[in-house]
Design a protein around this ligand. Structure first.
Ligand SMILES: NC(=O)c1ccc[n+]([C@@H]2O[C@H](COP(=O)([O-])OP(=O)(O)OC[C@H]3O[C@@H](n4cnc5c(N)ncnc54)[C@H](OP(=O)(O)O)[C@@H]3O)[C@@H](O)[C@H]2O)c1
Length: 312
């Protein structure tokens, strides 16, 4: 064994395809790890909680011929992101696939009230549940800040930090951002904003920050409805709308990479209090397909599971 200055074994073979998956300890992320690994990808399953992450990797111990490694990553924490980058850089010197999957839903929920409301899948998916769950979901500023910092700024923080390693990919870099039906522009009541959001030419990170700040200001002032923001999981919806924008901005800036976003469908996971209809195995398929796109595959696009759709 030959250790480099940072203590990494440089004699270990560098895998042909190496992936980082955020929020890999459960739900869709865990399945993305499994399905990528079954395709021969070496997967770094990351989780903010060390025990939950290690237990997740341990859950694969009976599956032979797959290579899944744990590394801690809290997407909200700069030091944690830097530590992951040092690890990937030191051990592999490159990255091929980044799946930005980690997310929170951004409301304070009364779980008993939710159970009692007996919301069906159609009502949830259509967003009609917003009215029925007014008393059940509290759109607090703290939850909204946490949601935007995790879902959008977390995705951006991790992407920017790993970008130099993705540029060294030997098989063609792929970035997959988990989005949601809640991001689709038909859900945006404010017509001016809807038109702006559909015109990608005018967007960059600075303008996205300004949009997020306006949303937060309207939330603080109790003006979400009047300002025409979506009232179904507002912070979550906005976080995914800006993820879509960021995906397109990045795809335009890095035409050599394949960078796309995807809604996994309504999946039975903790995020949606296990109300979903699809299994995590089904929900993961679109993300995995986009992680393994061929060189001439699409970029800057939005997918509903494995189907490309135009939502802007
Ligand atoms: N389920 C659905 O119906 C549905 C629908 C549309 C879109 N999506 C999207 O699909 C993706 C996966 O969701 P899911 O349904 O699988 O949800 P989930 O089961 O709740 O998993 C979310 C994952 O994100 C992790 N996470 C949260 N905050 C984090 C942070 N600060 N740093 C690192 N990891 C963090 C969670 O870790 P902990 O275990 O530590 O909390 C967990 O591993 C999300 O982007 C979600 O928005 C899901």
């Amino acid at each position: 064994m030959r250790l480099d200055a940072a203590g990494y074994d440089r004699t270990e073979a560098v895998p042909e395809r190496l992936a980082v998956v955020t929020g890999g300890n459960k739900g869709v992320g865990l399945e993305v790890c499994r399905q990528l690994a079954l395709q021969g990808v070496t997967v770094i399953l990351t989780a903010r909680d060390e025990k939950r992450g290690k237990d997740a990797v341990e859950s694969f111990r009976c599956e032979s011929d797959i290579n899944i490694i744990f590394h801690q990553l809290d997407v909200k924490d700069d030091d944690s992101v830097a530590s992951l980058v040092r690890y990937v850089e030191g051990r592999y010197g490159k990255l091929d696939i980044l799946v930005n999957n980690a997310a929170v839903v951004g409301v304070a929920a009364d779980e008993e009230g939710l159970k009692a409301a007996k919301i069906d899948a159609d009502t949830w998916i259509s967003g009609r549940a917003a009215n029925l769950l007014k008393e059940v979901f509290q759109n607090t500023v703290d939850e909204a800040l946490n949601c935007l910092n995790t879902n959008y700024y977390g995705c951006k923080r991790v992407t920017e930090a790993l970008l130099p390693l993705l540029k060294r990919s030997t098989s063609g870099a792929r970035i997959v951002n988990a989005s949601s039906a809640a991001s689709e522009l038909k859900r945006m009541p404010n017509e001016k904003l809807r038109n702006d959001l559909s015109n990608i030419e005018i967007w960059d990170e600075e303008r996205i920050d300004a949009l997020v700040n306006t949303f937060l200001e309207d939330l603080r002032n109790g003006q979400l409805k009047e300002a025409g923001w979506p009232m179904w999981l507002p912070a979550y919806s906005v976080s995914k709308m800006v993820i879509n924008l960021y995906t397109r901005v990045m795809a335009r800036r890095h035409p050599d990479m394949r960078i796309n976003c995807v809604r996994p469908g309504f999946v039975k996971t903790d995020l949606v209090w296990n109300l979903g209809l699809l299994t995590p195995e089904q929900g993961a398929r679109g993300l995995v397909m986009l992680a393994l796109l061929p060189e001439d595959g699409p970029t800057g696009c939005y997918f509903d599971q494995t189907e490309m759709v135009n939502v802007w």
